[in-house]
Ligand binder design. Structure first.
Ligand SMILES: Nc1ncnc2c1ncn2[C@@H]1O[C@H](COP(=O)(O)OP(=O)(O)OP(=O)(O)O)[C@@H](O)[C@H]1O
Ligand SMILES: [Mg+2]
Length: 378
């Protein structure tokens, strides 16, 4: 039997754990044509949740367009993708779609026959310069709304990695998007983003365009009871025995982050194949096994880190709750001055090694790095 605990990509169907309440909530909001902002720390499962939602919407034949802002370096490419995805979602008939795409003013459609010879794939090339790309983006949004009117269909637009939006050109774009979105009657919008502080600043700051444009749905960890049932059910299918209380430890080791839990379970599954049994000792070995799997990647960044950065990381691995800018920290680890510590912290955040929590603590982005640092520094 294949390992049912998948990680790293989109996890769908029977391999996707729980999130029942969130799915129900999102569907309710969609029915009301609301705008929802899904916010969580990284790797909590926003993208997976959205893809599972899309699967379910497709079964109900609700048109849905998905855009990941990471994929579009400029407004021009975003505009092209926006128009194509929304038109594609609303019109499935090939001939009608070609006609619809040809009706856009600021884009030139290009069609090509796919390698199997049966399907036609389309691309939309904006015909205006990047400096005027906002006009094309607004056209594609208006076009989507007018199509829903004409076809009497509703549409769901999902924009993932929404915290990337300020990278385009900030204020002007944000204001224009807000005023366009507010006019739409037949489109439900879901925006999703991982950089909590950026997302929340966009939504809670009165001066920013997206202030109170919609409801914020903070995606928390998966409920332990439900996640435990999901894990137990798969272990049972694989003929593996485990004590339910031992499984509890997985959530502590993985800090309840779904990506971590999936990774722990994936390794646990492989290790349990021989004896068809999971013991508490086996569970305790998992984080270091995972850290070792990732060590080539860790070594790379470790080599590029300064000695001060290394000292800070060692300290944070040992005492995660200690505040690096406190006197206690400087004394215990013989690190100073605070200005250098601050600079190192900023650089480590930029490199994506640590992040600052909303409470102001510094934590490792990758939960398994501390195990690697600990095993290396004796
Ligand atoms: N409900 C779930 N069931 C099973 N695995 C899950 C679930 N949610 C998340 N995961 C696991 O976590 C990984 C990361 O999930 P996902 O990419 O959806 O997170 P994200 O919040 O979108 O992260 P990012 O903020 O980095 O974009 C997935 O590859 C999967 O292994
Ligand atoms: Mg994601």
């Amino acid at each position: 039997m294949e390992n049912p605990f998948r990680y790293g990509g989109i996890v769908l169907g029977p391999f996707f754990a729980d999130r029942q309440d969130e799915m129900i909530e999102l569907k309710k909001e969609i029915r009301n044509f609301s705008r929802v902002f899904v916010v969580s720390p990284r790797r909590y499962g926003k993208t997976c949740l959205l893809f599972n939602l899309m699967e379910s919407l497709k079964i109900e034949k609700t048109p849905v367009a998905y855009l990941d802002l990471n994929a579009y370096p400029d407004i021009k490419s975003l505009a092209g993708a926006y128009a194509l995805q929304t038109c594609n979602a609303i019109e499935t008939n090939r001939d009608k779609l070609i006609k619809i795409l040809s009706g856009l003013k600021n884009f030139k459609p290009q069609f090509s026959v796919e390698s199997d010879g049966t399907k036609i794939s389309a691309a939309l090339i904006p015909t205006i310069q990047e400096k005027d790309a906002l006009t094309a983006l607004l056209e594609s949004m208006q076009y989507a709304e007018s199509l829903t009117n004409r076809t009497h269909k509703k549409l769901v637009v999902i924009i993932d990695e929404f915290s990337e939006l300020p990278k385009y050109n900030g204020d002007t774009l944000e204001k224009a998007l807000r005023s366009e979105i507010q006019k739409h009657q037949n489109i439900a919008y879901i925006f999703s983003g991982s950089e909590q502080s950026v997302m929340l600043a966009m939504l809670r700051d009165r001066k920013r365009a997206f202030y109170k444009l919609g409801r914020i749905m903070e995606l928390g960890p998966i409920d332990r009871k439900d996640y435990k049932e999901f894990i137990l059910q798969w272990l049972q299918k694989g003929g593996i025995t485990v004590t339910a209380s031992d499984l509890q430890r997985l959530f502590e080791l993985g800090k309840d982050v779904p990506y971590n839990i999936q990774r722990l379970c994936n390794n646990m599954w492989d290790l349990a194949q021989r004896d068809k049994m999971v013991t508490s000792t086996l569970i305790e070995t998992l984080p270091l096994i995972i850290a070792r799997q990732d060590s080539p990647h860790y070594e790379l960044f470790w080599r590029s880190a300064s000695s001060l950065q290394r000292k800070i990381l060692i300290a944070l691995a040992r005492e995660p709750d200690l505040k690096p800018l406190s006197k206690d920290f400087a004394l215990r680890y013989q690190i100073s001055p605070p200005s250098s510590i601050k600079a190192s912290l900023v650089s480590l955040i930029k490199k994506g090694i640590i992040y600052q929590t909303l409470e102001g603590n510094y934590q490792f982005t990758d939960n398994f790095i501390p195990y690697w640092i600990d095993s290396m520094v004796v």
